[in-house]
Design a protein around this ligand. Structure first.
Ligand code: ATP
Length: 142
């Protein structure tokens, strides 16, 4: 089976370096599936759970907090602001981050003029990072 190398780097470590069959990511321009011998590409990534297909059957998830992806025909490089494999995700921390962000967004939406101290874009991004971590660990959220 044809494979492509996937390297994922976060600011503090190399999170992954292995041969895979396919990577499915959410880029700033929408969802992309990257197969071996893909055309060269550079794009931004939004916070989400990447899907790593190891072969025809096995798939792994990995949370990314956002970043950039470079694709060449032989290699995919993801430079992530944060990236965690499911076993390294603290689910309670992600649940707390999710609840905090939801609460901030709700407070702002109820009375935007009274809550100009809330950075709504920042809260939305924090929510998306928490959702990526909960999705990568198959944890339900509403
Ligand atoms: P929090 O509000 O809980 O800090 P965050 O989304 O603001 O979450 P990030 O800025 O994306 O956190 O990440 C900061 C560092 O903490 C990164 O190294 C990231 O891998 C790690 N991290 C954040 N949340 C978790 C989690 N739930 N489990 C494991 N590591 C996490």
């Amino acid at each position: 089976m044809a494979t492509i190398q996937l390297e994922v780097v976060s600011p503090d470590r190399q999170v992954c370096d292995k041969e895979i069959a396919m990577l499915i990511v959410r880029s700033t321009g929408g969802e992309l599936g990257i197969l071996p011998r893909h055309a060269p590409l550079v794009t931004g990534l939004v916070p989400h759970a990447m899907r790593i297909k190891l072969n025809g059957q096995d798939e792994q998830l990995m949370a990314v907090g956002g970043g950039f992806m470079e694709v060449t025909p032989q290699k995919i490089t993801v430079l992530a602001s944060a990236a965690e494999e499911p076993e390294n995700i603290d689910v309670n921390r992600a649940k707390e981050a999710y609840a905090r962000a939801k609460q901030r967004i709700a407070t702002f939406k109820q009375a935007p003029k009274e809550h100009q101290e809330i950075d709504i874009d920042r809260a939305q991004l924090a929510l998306a990072r928490a959702m990526a971590r909960l999705t990568a660990t198959h944890t339900a959220f509403d």
